[in-house]
Design a protein around this ligand. Structure first.
Ligand code: MG
Length: 454
């Protein structure tokens, strides 16, 4: 795993970890690495966005690349336009759903795909080894602004036209979707009522991470205004979360499974990609329809890569990041909400019924303390012994930690990326089944830690 970059690009506290100096180096490194002539740059509504944009652009120009500044647009819009306008790279300044004091830089290649680990490591090496290539003064790049969001809006309008007018409450949470999301949903035929639709980098209305807790107000408004659904986005608009017509938060796993089932049914089969943490309800419904589920490491970059490799029909993670590969390969909140509304219309259902068919399972989580210098070795050891410790096993995967699935559930052992912990996630068809699996998992971790100490 690269050091400067995580699975979602470089991210950190503004002016502590992520400084303009670093941003300029990233810009220059991207120009050096991709020999780019044309690079798109955008930011979400964070306060530090313009500061980092100027630094990043300065780095690009110094490397001889021309920078086209899109201003505040969602991450998927930047990714889509990078591909559509045939740019050599796209740079998004965002910390996604993180608190306002954070920011980050996510890099996209000419196909609109986020840089994979290998490319990110190369950028890092260029920065660390100071092999940044400054252009001759005669050929430094030029910066200009560019507004091509209408190409994105047209792409969605061409894909989704609703016959029935539904009342939708849209909550951009003061993030990057603040103007595009209400406009696009109205454009495809919804009656839109927007809340928290003013850009504000302090995210005063709610956390920039949409979840059941942060969307309580939205749920109440959906109920009080008798709306058909509520939709909310994270800070940079690659995630969407939904409230059904009864005012319930639509469970992420079940919504992902329900939409996967709809796509597989429409395609008469096909592969769906998700990560190792998603609920097994997705296999339950996709397999029953003749489709197949492929699981990857946690991180939308890995999901997108697997979608490309396997020619999958759909993919997503249970945080609301859904990828629609027929259009582009960046998770896209606005597109996901438009396509979900189209699915509801075609199935002639409300969101509540659309999801109600998906089985509801029990998830348990537990952290076990384990020293940083031991945690990865313990996971490796568990990977080797798990088959003999769980004789009734069905399938073992070591794509991210160790994941083992059984008839009635699964367990995932992962080392925390940041803390001295081993994280256990268990899902069972019932609470009793989940508890039994968890008990065995804890015994196995403790035994492995003991043996390592000897
Ligand atoms: Mg995001």
């Amino acid at each position: 795993m690269p050091k400067l970059f995580g699975s979602s690009g470089a991210r950190g506290l503004v002016n502590a970890e992520l400084t303009p100096i670093l941003a300029a180096k990233v810009g220059l490194a991207v120009a050096t690495f991709s020999k780019a002539e044309k690079v798109l740059v955008a930011w979400d509504t964070r306060v530090s966005g313009p500061m980092l944009e100027h630094a990043l652009v300065s780095g690009l120009l110094a490397g001889g690349a021309n920078a086209y500044c899109l201003g505040v647009v969602p991450t998927p819009v930047l990714a889509f336009l990078t591909m559509r306008l045939k740019a050599d790279a796209g740079l998004m300044i965002t910390a996604s759903h993180n608190p306002p004091q954070y920011n980050g830089i996510k890099i996209f290649n000419s196909q609109g795909l986020a840089y994979d680990d290998e490319s990110q490591i190369k950028i890092e090496e260029i920065i660390e080894k100071r092999s940044l290539r400054l252009a001759d003064w005669r050929v430094v790049g030029e910066a200009s602004s560019l507004d091509k969001s209408q190409l994105y809006a047209e792409m969605i309008k061409k894909t989704v036209k609703l016959r029935k007018k539904r009342r939708i409450i849209v909550d951009p949470g003061c993030g990057a979707t603040f103007s595009l999301a209400p406009a696009i949903l109205e454009n495809i035929g919804c009656e839109v009522i927007a809340i928290n639709a003013q850009p504000d980098g302090f995210f005063p209305a709610r956390s920039s991470e949409p979840n059941a807790e942060s969307l309580k107000d939205l749920a109440k408004i959906v109920q009080e205004l008798g709306a058909d659904a509520g939709v909310a986005y994270d800070g940079d608009g690659d995630r969407a979360a939904f409230i059904d017509e009864k005012g319930n938060f639509a469970d992420f796993d079940r919504a992902l499974a329900a939409y996967s089932a709809y796509i597989v049914k429409r395609n008469g089969g096909g592969t769906v990609v998700t990560n190792v943490e998603a609920s097994m309800c997705i296999e339950k419904v996709v397999n029953a329809l003749g489709g197949k589920v492929v699981r990857t490491k946690v991180g939308d970059v890995y999901v997108a890569e697997a979608i490309k490799q396997r020619n999958a029909v759909f993919g997503g993670e249970p945080c609301g990041a859904w990828i629609h590969p027929q259009l582009h390969c960046c998770p896209d909140g606005i597109l996901s909400s438009a396509l979900l509304l189209k699915a509801l219309e075609e199935e002639n259902k409300g969101l509540f019924d659309f999801i109600a068919e998906i089985p509801l399972y029990t998830t348990l989580r537990r952290n076990i303390a384990c020293k940083n210098n031991m945690k990865y070795k313990v996971i490796e050891k568990i990977g080797k012994s798990v088959k003999s410790e769980f004789p009734a096993h069905a399938e073992v995967s070591t794509v991210d930690g160790v994941r083992m699935s059984f008839e009635g559930g699964w367990i995932l052992f992962r080392a925390s990326g940041t803390e001295p912990l081993i994280r256990l996630t268990v899902e069972g068809e019932s609470l009793k089944a989940a508890k039994e699996i968890m008990k065995k998992g804890i015994v196995l971790v403790k035994k492995s830690v003991e043996e390592m100490r000897k």
